[in-house]
Design a protein around this ligand. Structure first.
Ligand SMILES: [Zn+2]
Length: 331
């Protein structure tokens, strides 16, 4: 009822003061709709201007190169697995159907355990809480990541995949920023039409995000009334910690192992510095090409028993590394 009363009051006010109401409506519409229309006209004028077209022609080369890197990033995304261990709780869950047949009055779809998902471990509240204070220990224990050489090289492979795609995506952002800076469009274009600006310039915006594996510990109460979750995202920082932890455990078990270098962000950075940020194949360097995407490559590939030792690692530019990977794939 209060709504009906409010509506009657507003209606009465409008009838009593209609010229004021009409003026208010006109002002409201003008403020809301006129600026976007004006902006649109200015934008079309800018994109058709000689100034913009000249800058666009000048930027054609860097745009073309950006688009090549974008295509390369999607190749890396396609090629990588971006996966590690899995939880076995619910591995056979597809063999059964789950119904909540309790006669409570609350919504039953609120908290439904995700039994079928290998990246979710269903467990007690205690385990969810412990996992949040000691994530790596619980990750290894419940997702079956054993402290052995094979898990360690899996983690290193995942770290490599993430680093490579992270590097490419980050490189694309830098290039987009520098394309915008070199054409230097008016502020209102950057503020309201950045996406259209990129399209007009010819930049293929790649919507690639790095698919960091996410692991969760989940507790769902019997009635589905409450649930709690601890989530672990395997980004470079977490993967590197996992690699260090696995290596320390292996070393503890068998002192000969773990003497080799670990493939972490720290090692990748040191290899690039050792090679003076220069591609070992074509000699292009970061000082010559500021947006050069450099990668760390295994000279003898891991798939052919190559080790992650400094002697077996080299800095390559993305072009040379792409050619090398494609060659290996077709071998
Ligand atoms: Zn090169």
């Amino acid at each position: 009822m209060p709504y009906a009363i409010a509506a009657i009051v507003i209606l009465a006010l409008v009838v009593a003061f209609w010229p004021v109401a009409l003026a208010a409506l006109i002002v409201f519409l003008a403020v809301k709709f006129v600026p976007p229309i004006v902006r649109n006209i200015r934008k079309n004028k800018y994109f058709a201007s000689d100034e913009f077209l000249a800058m666009k022609a000048e930027a054609a080369l860097i745009v073309a190169e950006h688009n090549e890197v974008a295509a390369y990033a999607s190749e890396i995304r396609e090629r990588g697995s971006f996966r590690l261990g899995a939880s076995s709780t619910g591995a056979l869950a597809h063999l059964a159907t789950f119904d909540n047949t309790s006669h409570h009055n609350y919504r039953r779809d609120r908290n439904v355990a995700s039994y079928g998902n290998a990246n979710v471990h269903n467990c007690s509240l205690q385990v969810v809480r412990n996992a949040s204070s000691d994530p790596l220990k619980y990750l290894m224990k419940y997702f079956d990541i054993r402290a052995d050489e094979s898990s360690l090289s899996d983690a290193e492979r995942l770290g490599d995949e993430i680093a490579q795609l992270d590097g490419a995506v980050d490189n694309l952002r830098q290039r987009e920023y520098s394309i915008t800076a070199s054409i230097n469009p008016p502020d209102f274009i950057v503020k309201y039409f950045l996406k259209e600006f990129m399209e007009q310039v010819g930049v293929v915006l790649s919507p690639i995000e790095v698919p960091y594996p996410v692991y969760a510990f989940e507790y769902v109460s019997a009635g589905g009334n409450s649930s709690q979750r601890t989530t672990i995202t395997l980004n470079t920082e977490t993967v590197d910690e996992l690699i260090e932890t696995l290596s320390a455990k292996i070393r503890f078990k068998k002192s000969a192992a773990g003497q080799r270098s670990l493939m972490t962000a720290k090692l990748r950075t040191s290899i690039k510095a050792r090679d003076s940020y220069t591609c070992r194949y074509c000699s292009v360097s970061l000082s010559a090409e500021p947006h050069l995407l450099l990668e760390v490559d295994h000279i003898v590939p891991v798939s052919k028993m190559g080790q992650s030792t400094p002697e077996n690692l080299q800095t390559l530019c993305w072009r040379c590394n792409r050619t090398k990977s494609n060659k290996l794939l077709s071998d």
